[in-house]
Write a protein that binds this ligand. Structure first.
Ligand code: B12
Ligand code: SF4
Ligand code: SF4
Length: 370
């Protein structure tokens, strides 16, 4: 039975999605080539879970849902305006300001399926993904006409790029939408705006340099050359979307924007002084937990080093005695950046007692910076 597209859009709207479109379930061969190329060139950083097998499966819908005929791509805006950043606070990317969006969107996908089953008068085979599967969500959105690909690699929809993407694969036969005929045109604003130069060419992102990757996905020390460029971002980064004229024109708050905002910015010293148990309890059920306790303390050290405020010397001196060498090493870097006589004195004292080779190296480098 063929389903009217208007019915799909009505069900998506009623389930709480702002946009919906339908893509065919043909293999995503061109996107597969691009993703494998990025992987082969090392542009996916140290994301060990992003494998060739994942890309092959994610670009072959039949491997995910045998008998699949259509893929419904849906988007929800999370657009909100950041308030004034308080002193000694780190910035968090908008998408992560509140509770985990995966649960909210998964619920909306379930509701969408329930509504559509009612319309169709029968159950149907389906599989829903919300950022949590091997498919290339942006490519599905592009094929379904939900958004076009921006040079910053984000999907630019009719309500801008501050959107979460989800998709439901189904064995229902639905006439596909057409991809949008739009493009960035001559605009290149996001490329020079990226502080680390992570957008190395239009549509190409080097994750190794992207602050979103470094603060969230990367485990271990962050390249010293990149640290000064990271500013006060401690979880994700929004710069290439903030400067995008498509967002200036089209982005608007919707029901997704009503997600809570308790972590719109984070007190850096508080973060540095939190035990692992306190960290896990505070960030339980939020995206921030993904970066883990030591990772977020590493990020806090970098942000404090970039702020160069002498008030951070005492908490950083305590962090220089942390159990995790990762935190000690980045605290040393931050103290070197602050560079006041008491910050340097702390480093000199730590040099005597520190036994970890990598931290000793960080201390020596921090003391050698003029
Ligand atoms: C891995 C990953 C990351 C990595 C790598 C990002 C990247 N650009 O590849 C890191 C950790 C850096 C990251 C960061 C962010 N991410 Co992320 N991430 C993913 C994930 C899990 C896979 C993406 C992927 O496969 N990348 C590999 C590349 C090759 O695939 P792609 O990005 O889809 O690229 C497509 C286009 O770029 C296009 N393309 C590539 N080259 C070319 C060339 C031309 C000429 C053209 C026309 C097109 C084109 O085709 C590709 C295939 O469709 C997806 C969820 C998912 N399952 O899809 C979320 C996802 C992409 N992330 C998302 C978000 C919100 C973010 C951040 C904004 C979070 C933040 N504020 O910190 C940043 C944005 C940074 C940026 N500029 O991209 C959203 C994006 C929503 C949207 N509207 O675009 C997604 C879709 C999650 C979701 N379901 O909502 N992310
Ligand atoms: S998210 Fe930030 S670091 Fe990553 S590409 Fe965009 S501006 Fe650059
Ligand atoms: S800033 Fe310009 S080039 Fe970059 S994604 Fe937006 S429209 Fe495209």
């Amino acid at each position: 039975m063929a389903i009217e597209k208007a019915v799909i859009k009505k069900c998506a709207r009623e389930a709480g999605f702002d946009l919906a479109g339908v893509a065919s379930a043909e293999p995503f061969l061109a996107a597969r080539t691009i993703a494998l190329e990025r992987l082969g060139q090392g542009l996916m950083g140290g994301m060990a879970w992003y494998t060739e097998a994942r890309v092959l499966r994610g670009t072959e819908p039949q491997a995910i849902l045998p008998g699949v005929r259509s893929i419904i791509s849906m988007a929800v805006s999370y657009h909100r305006h950041p308030g004034q950043l308080q002193p000694m606070h780190g910035q968090v990317a908008r998408y992560a300001w509140g509770r985990d969006y995966h649960n909210m969107l998964k619920q909306r996908c379930k509701q969408f399926v329930r509504l559509l089953e009612k319309e169709v008068g029968a159950t149907f085979a389906h599989k829903a993904y919300v950022d949590d599967g091997p498919m290339l969500d942006r490519e599905v959105a592009r094929r379904a006409g939900v958004g076009f690909t921006g040079k910053n690699t984000n999907s630019l929809t009719k309500i801008g790029s501050w959107t979460f993407l989800a998709q439901v694969l189904t064995d229902l036969e639905i006439a596909p939408d057409k991809p949008q005929a739009k493009s960035c045109g001559t605009c290149t604003a996001c490329m020079p705006a990226c502080p680390t130069g992570a957008i190395t060419a239009p549509y190409v992102l080097d994750s190794n340099k992207c602050i979103a990757y470094l603060t969230i996905e990367h485990r271990g020390p962050i390249d010293r050359a990149l640290r000064p460029l990271m500013g006060s971002w401690v979880f994700g980064c929004d710069i290439c979307q903030d400067v995008c004229p498509v967002n200036h024109k089209l982005a608007k708050p919707t029901s997704g924007s009503a997600l809570s905002t308790e972590n719109a910015s984070l007190d850096l010293i508080g973060l540095l002084e939190m035990t692992e148990e306190e960290f896990n309890a505070k960030f339980q059920g939020t995206p921030i937990r993904r970066a883990k306790h030591a990772g977020m303390q590493r990020n806090a050290c970098i942000a404090l080093g970039n702020m160069r405020d002498a008030k951070a010397v005492t908490p950083l001196a305590r962090a220089l005695r942390d159990a995790a060498p990762l935190v000690r090493g980045h605290a040393a870097w931050a103290l070197g950046r602050i560079g006041t006589p008491d910050a340097l004195q702390v480093l000199v004292e730590a040099q005597v007692s520190e036994t970890d080779t990598s931290v000793r190296e960080e201390i020596a480098l921090a003391l050698s910076v003029p």
